[in-house]
Design a protein around this ligand. Sequence first.
Ligand SMILES: [Zn+2]
Ligand SMILES: [Zn+2]
Length: 739
Amino acid sequence: MELSTYKVHIEGTVQGVGFRPFIYALAQRYQLTGTVSNNSKGVEILLNADSLTFNQVLIAIEYEAPPLSSIETIKHEKLPYQSFDDFQIIETQEAGEVTVNIPPDVSICEACEKELFDPSNRRYGYPFITCTHCGVRYSIIYDLPYDRVNTSMKFFEMCEACEEEYSNPLDRRYHAQPIGCHDCGPKLELMDNVGRVPLIPTNEIDKIVELLHNGNIVAVKGVGGYHLMCDATNEEAIQKLRDRKQRPTKPFAVMVRDIDMAKELGEINELEEELLTSKERPIVLLQSKGKHVGLPLQVAPNISRIGLFLPYTPLHLLILDKLNRPLVATSANVTDEPICTNLEDLEKLQGVYDYVLEHNRDIVNGCDDSVVMVVNEQQIILRRARGYAPVSIKLPFKLERNVLALGANQKSTIAIGFDNQVILSPHIGDLDSIGSVEYYQKNIETLERMYDFKSDIIAHDMHPQYESTKYAKRCVGKRTLREVQHHHAHILGVMAEKQIKGKVFGVAFDGTGYGDDGKLWGGEFMVCDYEGYERVAHLNYFKLLGGAKAIKEPRRVALSLLFDLYGEETLALENPTTQAFSPTELKTYFIAWQKGLNAPESSSVGRLFDAVASLLDVCQLMSFEGESGMMMEELYDSSVVGHYNFGYKDGKIDVLPILVGMLAENDTTIAVSKFFHTLVEIIALVYAPYDLPLVLSGGVFQNRVLLGLVLERFPEAIISNAIPPNDGGIALGQVVSGY
Ligand SMILES: [Zn+2]
Ligand SMILES: [Zn+2]
């Protein structure tokens, strides 16, 4: 048959994932000549073939593509015939606008794991073993295209053996950018707690394991930052970490050797196992077996859930394999600051750790561990970071102009939107400190630079005090600002992820977000589409005594609701809430409530949770966000039936009758369980008249019990699976607002 020259252009995640050698191998199989190359738009192939063979090649590309790749588009055309001597992989060429995706960091693959523990392999025990199908990506990239010179591996010169693998198209390490070995790659360095004096043991891994065994806290440099690690079976070590980090109760994540060790500690269903062992290797929140069988309570005080994850780098594997017991592995960061990515950052935590396990490959882009849970057979992402970000999200329509979306203020993420795609940054964190705001700006600059992105529109939250809003106003220049209501953005994020067009009925249950009336919303029911929203119902406003302080003190919210119910008589009441204050405090707060002094109004379901937790004496003061809800999850009993009364008139939900019902209850478990049921009843009643898809979002839906109950009642309800229901999903919603 007659040969023609075909040009094929492929876009998607096709760089740094072994795509060119895959095409090379295909060309060998079909004995074709031509070339394959990367450019900043994707992969380009020139191929001489007859039409029949060419079609077979196209099918093979689609069905046999390498495991880490994902093809978004394949386009091909016939060119005037040109002859080639053989098939060649040619070097990267530059080409205008960047549309190629930054590959995320992925966990070590099976083949590399096997070599790591094979004494006859030349990389036996090498803590940075990697290949085309696994290893660091995003965290070491300065710029696109993804080539070694654009990563922090550029400082390591390949040895001859590595060079040979790197240049052989049929080798598993062909163009594996982070390739290295004992001779030429990154190396470990063990340091004391000042972080400057190297200790030189004969074997770093043996030494680290010994130190962990003896109850030391070690800062270990990983992929996107450092972890603070200690033996998870050592009560004293964990308590020491809690005391030094001033983190009394917030649960710690635990890294386990393998899925078998995970199964000893947690109840794991099929989907949870899939997530634990996936290439993303997130922290998975699981029901622990009994009350922490095998682990001291200090790992997660008062809570029967446990966050487990598997080693995702060869370094972690080597440590876990030798230690053979679970390890507490929590992100090393100063409270309210981003994760530490270099020794200088880490010095701020001096006194917390006893030793540092350092290595000399720079972390260019910080990235936390991702956190997921499974509710009613659905994956819910609570923190979208390592492994998942910055993967692009496809939109159901094309954006007319480029949008930079700045997210909210807590669990911040940012997004850039162009054409029909959105790149959502990994979890950045709360913007509550100068350090975190700097880190936030760095993330914006990084995404813009890598994608050579210029925005026409800056989308931001309505809250005037958010750092993201201030940033928008500071940097706007000639761009257009677009203000997006917080809860509208929540619902839009889900719509964008699920590619929903048209109107939906959105339920946004949240901590707090700025409303278009200047009040703090958070118990919102809205009929909305990309263009706008109608707030059809919400919780009746109540006052947050002390403003921001009320967010950390459930007792303040409960007291305010008691004032709403009983006015001045509250001062004479005896219940857990009033008893959490001194008589003088009660009087002061009554006046503040009466006069509305430093008492912003809120319709937040998150705060209602707090109020309930205080009234039932479950939690009066919180040491971390979401604590009250977590403790209420613990108390829920599915055998309890019934709910409390509530009022509903003119789109306003009166929650006071709920409190009256609860105060008359003398069993906390029954009260908590009926409270959960009441929230489901509220949704059912308000949603009933609408024939629209039901969309759920907002941080309160991270509550496993509530989400489970709502999904049981409304199996068709839509919740996001690729972006978090909390404020981490806001940036995506902001991008699509106004379309
Ligand atoms: Zn590998
Ligand atoms: Zn080497």
